[in-house]
Design a protein around this ligand. Sequence first.
Ligand SMILES: Nc1ncnc2c1ncn2[C@@H]1O[C@H](COP(=O)(O)OP(=O)(O)OP(=O)(O)O)[C@@H](O)[C@H]1O
Length: 244
Amino acid sequence: MVAPPDNDILWARGLHHSYGTGTALAGVSLGVREGEILAVTGPRGSGKTTLLRCLSGQFAPSEGEVWFNSSPVHTLGARHRERLRLDRFGWIDTQPHLVAELTAWENAALPLLLRGEGGRAARNTAAEWLDRLDVGDCTRRRPAQLDQSQRQRVAIARALATTPQVLFADEPTAPLHRADATQVLRTLTTAARSHQITVVLATHDPEATSLADRTVALLDGRRSRGGAASAPDAESRAACSLSV
Ligand SMILES: Nc1ncnc2c1ncn2[C@@H]1O[C@H](COP(=O)(O)OP(=O)(O)OP(=O)(O)O)[C@@H](O)[C@H]1O
C-alpha cells in the first residue's frame, strides 16, 4: 500500500464497485486538492453516485484504495468510517432527506448536535447558514410546510453548518428550478471557497461545471476524456490525478 501524494486531500486508486453482478465502477483513480471544487460528470448510470459514496466512506469499494489526509479510508471498519463522515465530511443528496418531526432550524443543527456541540451554539450556527441559503424566515417550519426548493436549501445549510473538510454533493440542484439552482450553486461554491471546503460535486448541469475548478468525466464506471478543464491551472492539477 503506497501513500498518496501529500497535496491531495482525497485520493483514490483503482476503485471497483458492483451491485450484485452489475459493475458500477471499473477502476477509477483520482486525486482532489484541498480547497478544490471538483465536478464529476457523466451520463445517467455512469457511476457518479457510486464514486461519491466510495470516496465518502459510505461504501467500501470491492477493490481499490481511498485515502483522506494521507490516511487510508478503505481499510477502516464501518464504525470508524461513520465517525469520519460525521467529523470531516458533509453530504448533500439529490433529494432533501430532512427529519419530518423537526423544524428547519433543528434539522440544520442536527449534525452539530451529533458532534457534541452545545444546543445554543448549534442553533446559532444553523440559523446563520439558513440565512445565507435564503431560508432564514423558515426556521420554525417543519419540512411539510416548506416547498421543495426550501427543503433542499435547508439540507444544504445542514451540510455546510459543520464546515466539513470535504463536502460531497450528488446533483444537489436537480430538484430546483433553473433560477433557484443557479443561485443555490453560487451560494454553495462561494461558501466553500471562503471556508476552504473541498467539494466533490456530481452533476449534469453545465452551470455547475463552469463554477468548478476542474471536471472529471465518467462513462460506464471509468474515467473518460470528456472532462473539460475550467481553470487556468486545471491542466497541471489534472496531471497530478491518475486516470485508468
Ligand atoms: N442500488 C443499486 N442496485 C443495483 N444497481 C445499481 C444500484 N445503484 C446503482 N446501480 C447501477 O450502477 C450503475 C452506476 O449507477 P450510479 O447511480 O452510480 O450512476 P450515476 O452516474 O450516479 O447515475 P445517475 O445520474 O442516474 O444518478 C448503473 O448501472 C446503475 O443502474
